[in-house]
Design a protein around this ligand. Sequence first.
Ligand code: GRF
Length: 211
Amino acid sequence: MLTLTVLVSGGGTNLQAIIDNIRAGLIRDVKISSVISNNYGVKALARAEEAGIPTRVISPRDFDDREQFHAALLAAVRETAPDLVVLAGFLVAIPKEFVEAYPNRIINIHPALIPAFCGKGMYGLHVHEAVLARGVKVTGATVHFVDEGTDTGPIILQRAVAVRQDDTPESLQLRVMRDAEWELLPRAIDLIARGLVQIVDGRVIITGDIE
Ligand code: GRF
């Protein structure tokens, strides 16, 4: 059984995709033991509670400085003893100590085809605004391991999504979530749970059938 702790910040649609895939038996031998949010009152918490998953909020507002917040966040994750930490729409940069505590055991979903449109400031709608401003014809989503950089860890899965002439940042975000993110994140978790994901020379090798 692979135990997950899922970190969230907002809508929780990626969390919901994991919950739904587990319920449907598309992901086996995986359990979400805890959902931790950095924001109070977000829909992701309601989604977890509805699924009977314990939740916690570790908000920067409750701490005197960033360092204390980071320490509390790591302590809260340690208490859940996860095999894998999943960043599902989590908008907090993971500090060095956290990455060192879980080497190659933290994964993130990014709404673009890394190395395009990633790095500092590239999150949420900002990504899709930059995609439309640049006029690229294809974008997509990436699931990757988290290392000490920003969106720089080994890439596990990617999926391309066509950009449409009439796209707005909102319509593009929704299509990238629906046609890429909500598929890729559960699939990456399933592959990891089945022991089919290896890292060789800093690159991910998947030893099972991806499809
Ligand atoms: C989405 O844009 C996702 O790509 C990014 O966070 C945003 C919200 O995700 N990682 P969610 O609905 O909270 O899962």
